[in-house]
Design a protein around this ligand. Structure first.
Ligand code: PMP
Length: 359
């Protein structure tokens, strides 16, 4: 196509690099351990597979666009009326919906950095202006974030636990922050990893909503609930907030198979949370082993660990690749390693032990 006939795209795309998902690698011996996307190492429960199979029979029909039964199941699980809930195509989809609801030229969105990769991507696509506040000691600096809020700030993301560092902010800090945020600015507490939190000082965001009508809690079925491939996220907030966000829903973007699997997974919460308990034990074992081997690993409340490796990040990631262990490198910064099955974790620990440098 000659230049003259090239379609004109938004200039934001000139510098834009699309989201890069965690990769899969295979060692020369054929070993492959995917620890790059913070997924559950377990396949779906038989009851969930049955629900998926049943729903698959009807995929000639559009899904329930309101995801009524799923929304009601989530609401009852969270102990709120259904009008406090909005669902979306993964919490990434919900993040985009949130931005659709608030972003207009000149609007600012505040978030910590480094944090979840999708924030800068989706903020820049939305046309809003990103205001990134550096982490302090690998943790959200909520005092600095409160200081970064201006009268143009429409949205703040707090990722708790933070991806990729695994670190958390506690109740007192969050409450002090919420008390400083203007009421017309939406605060989103992204709790994608909530089920892995064992630190009692970290509040369950759902307990904060009643006192803060500008607070939205973002959750996902992709991690503890093991449905990453089906793409379901949800938000709990004041009905006026949830209602505004629901308006931005891309029609039918939570499909009928996903809706059925979400409902079946909530019905199997006890079994799924038992699996989470195993992951938490593995997380603590992985971190303790790394520390015993001389690594510095920030305390993590999520299903991953963070190794700050600076200029050695890619060297480390390549050493992992060679053994079939895929981790998530952030070049020049560090590597995030998901907690997998004991066997997968052992494969990673072996590479880490053999790596000639410590961080
Ligand atoms: N928020 C955070 C902090 C995440 O780490 C992730 C997944 N990596 C998500 C949201 C998105 O999850 P999903 O879209 O699969 O629900």
């Amino acid at each position: 196509m000659s230049e003259a006939t090239t379609p004109r795209f938004r200039s934001v795309l000139d510098r834009f690099v699309a989201y890069k998902p965690g990769k899969v690698v295979v060692s020369p011996e054929g070993r492959s351990f995917k620890l790059s996307s913070n997924e559950s190492p377990h396949g779906p429960l038989p009851s969930v597979v049955d629900a998926i199979g049943e729903a698959a029979r009807n995929v000639n029909r559009y899904p329930d666009n309101n995801a009524t039964a799923l929304t009601e199941a989530i609401a009852s699980f969270c102990g709120v009326p259904a009008d406090h809930v909005a669902v979306g195509c993964g919490s990434v989809g919900m993040t985009q919906m949130l931005l659709e609801a608030v972003a207009e030229p000149g609007a600012e969105v505040v978030y910590a950095w480094r944090s979840f990769e999708a924030y800068p991507l989706l903020v820049s696509l939305s046309g809003a202006t990103a205001v990134q506040v550096p982490l302090r000691a690998e943790t959200h600096d909520l005092t600095a974030m409160a200081g970064a809020i201006s009268d143009r700030t429409r949205l703040v993301f707090i990722c708790n636990p933070n991806n990729p560092t695994g670190t958390v902010v506690g109740r007192a800090e969050i409450e002090a922050f919420l008390n400083r945020v203007p009421e017309d600015c939406l605060v989103v507490l992204d709790e994608a990893y909530r089920e892995y939190v064992r630190d009692d000082d970290v509040p369950d965001g759902l307990t904060l909503c009643a006192d803060h009508p500008n607070l939205a809690i973002l959750r996902t079925f992709s991690k503890a609930y093991g449905l990453a491939g089906l793409r379901i996220g949800f938000l709990v907030a004041h009905p006026l907030v949830a209602g505004a966000i629901r308006k931005t829903f891309l029609p039918f973007s939570v499909n009928s198979v996903a809706q059925a699997a979400g409902i079946a997974s909530l019905a199997a919460t006890d079994e799924l949370l038992e699996r989470v308990e195993g992951t938490v034990k593995e997380r603590d074992r992985v971190r303790a082993t790394l520390i015993a081997d001389g690594w510095t690993v920030p305390p993590t409340e999520a299903n991953f660990v963070w190794l700050r490796l600076g200029v050695r990040t890619m060297e480390f990631s390549e050493a992992c690749d060679a053994q079939g262990v895929s981790v998530r490198p952030f070049p020049g910064e560090g590597a995030r390693v998901s907690i997998g099955s004991p066997e997968e974790n052992d494969a990673f620990l072996q590479v880490a032990k053999a790596f000639p440098h410590r961080n």
